[in-house]
Design a protein around this ligand. Structure first.
Ligand code: PLP
Length: 206
């Protein structure tokens, strides 16, 4: 049967150009169809080692520890908070938009206090507001600055180098955590130059 071609019936594979989930290349789809390897198969270790090398290369971080989690972006957020911030501790989540707010809500649900900075849709992080929040934290309760690099809802990125320099200028010892869910592999991230303590991402976006 032959269909006429109109805007609702486009032949071939559709490519959705959005921040994610991205269309899977054929080679990846083919690999997913293969029989899984036995856990004791030495090729499993070799595969994991290759993935770790690839992640380190993307982040220019030869010495970084790489942890793979079978989870989504929310799971990576949770892992960071649970591992870095003691119960009742505080984090600063600079405002970027929908995703900084979602991370803040989840962090509060995990029993941590969140200091937010204001955000404006379509604008990067207000670095001056971050500086002010860190300076006001005289008792240095803030354990980490949890930063969304690119907020997928607006696709706006923040200059992480500028933010790092601003944090340094305050002398605050907070850890620097970067959410690269929408940016890893799409925008350069030099983890050692940024002295980022943690960079997290999720494979469904980049
Ligand atoms: C920048 C960013 N961070 C975190 C998340 C959360 O990821 P997930 O939806 O996989 O839980 C998303 C999801 O789109 C995101 O775009």
């Amino acid at each position: 049967m032959v269909h006429s071609i109109d805007s609702t019936r486009i032949p071939g594979r559709r490519l959705l150009h959005s921040p994610g989930p991205t269309p899977l290349p054929e080679a990846v789809l083919d690999a997913l169809r293969r029989q899984p390897m036995d856990l004791g198969d030495p090729r499993v270790d070799a595969n994991i080692a290759a993935c770790e090398r690839g992640i380190r290369r993307l982040l220019k971080a030869d010495a970084a520890n790489v942890y793979f989690y079978a989870t989504n972006g929310h799971g990576a957020w949770e892992a960071v908070v649970e591992n870095l911030v003691p119960p009742g501790g505080s984090v600063l989540i600079p405002g970027t938009g929908h995703f900084s707010e979602s991370w803040a809500v989840q962090t509060e649900a995990l029993g941590r206090a969140v200091v937010r900075t204001p955000w404006r849709e379509g604008w990067p992080i207000d670095v001056d507001a971050v500086v002010q929040a860190l300076r006001e934290d005289r008792e240095q309760r803030i354990v980490a600055v949890c930063t969304v690099h690119t907020d997928t809802s607006s696709s706006v990125s923040t200059d992480l180098g500028r933010l790092r320099a601003a944090i340094d200028a305050t002398g605050h010892p907070a850890l620097f955590v970067v959410d690269a869910v929408a940016s890893l592999g799409a925008a350069p991230i030099d983890m050692p130059a940024l002295r980022a303590n943690v960079v997290l991402s999720a494979s469904q976006r980049p």
